[in-house]
Design a protein around this ligand. Sequence first.
Ligand code: GMT
Length: 376
Amino acid sequence: MKIAIVCYPTFGGSGVVATELGLELARLGHEVHFITYSQPVRLALLNPNVHYHEVNVPEYPLFHYQPYELALSSKLVDMVKLYKIDLLHVHYAIPHAYAGYMAKQMLKDEGIEIPMITTLHGTDITLVGNHPHYKPAVSFSINKSDVVTSVSQSLKDDTYKLFKIKRDIHVIPNFIELDKNVKDFNMPCQRSLIAKNEERIITHISNFRKVKRIPDIIKIFYKIQQEIPAKLLMVGDGPEKEKAELLCHELGILDKVIFFGNSNEIDKILSNSDLFLLPSETESFGLAALEAMAWGVPVISSNSGGLPEVNFDGVSGYLSTVGNIDEMAENALKILKDDTVLAQFKENALSVAKKFDIKHILPLYIDIYEKAIKKY
Ligand code: GMT
């Protein structure tokens, strides 16, 4: 198949899922075209089946806002025609499904019909898309997609609750490629760069937006480090980062917290971690938690959104209601205080992660693609 993938090329989960999916499809011999405004962060182009086409939005002083959707839909039309693409897979409804639908209409006018698959990732539904300024356009583009998938049952339910959706939504959970985790990053020399031997390493990775409840992470860690020696690794960047640094300073724990910023060494960091914190206000899936579990790192998370579909309470970690930092800290200590308990949780986290191995998930996408193409 010749597949065009549209996604956000940033560190966010939707871009990561789209990129990893495209790369795996390319490895299987499909021709994959990434169409986006910059090269996706995890995109390795060293595969003849992987193509990247940049969407350029010419700056024009008349426009208060530069029309990205226009440039994207035009680029999609051009690339579909040039490379004879069979299918569009757009990740994140806003504005990708909208631009994809416009591209389909333009192509139809020229006698070319191709299906569009839209994958909903979370904030396009629960936070941004639900805003009255966007809602009609989001409903429209979901309803006009040929196939709609969502990354969890919880997101599917939210989509039906929040929008007037007239079509079926297929749940295809996010995935991880477990085979790549064979590299041994977990070496004493690596670990000693981050923490002392006796310290437990606790990690959080995100885009540091409000929804991640960054202050909760700091407060949970504050309680943990009162009981056991520990280090907190804060990986990523975003609007809440500076406040987090200040809070650490106020609590007198800045020397125990390392702020890495955006990192391309996620695997190294996770392979040396003992616990992952994700106390988010909402999370349609929680890809970062799954990536941690794939490295055998147990997760303390909130129980909101799709998190209970990924992190199994009492097995791969623990879940608490949003904001219950006392319970989250207690549960973290339950796992971290005892070597045997920690080892058991680590093993469990990895076994749960195995359910989300790309080997199980990729066929679900391929099946949807093949059926969609057949219908045209
Ligand atoms: O979490 C974010 O802020 C980034 C956002 C995105 O669009 O990349 O993540 C969403 O999609 C991820 C991949 O499907 C999910 O794992 C995240 O849970 C989801 N974020 C939220 O629902 C807040």
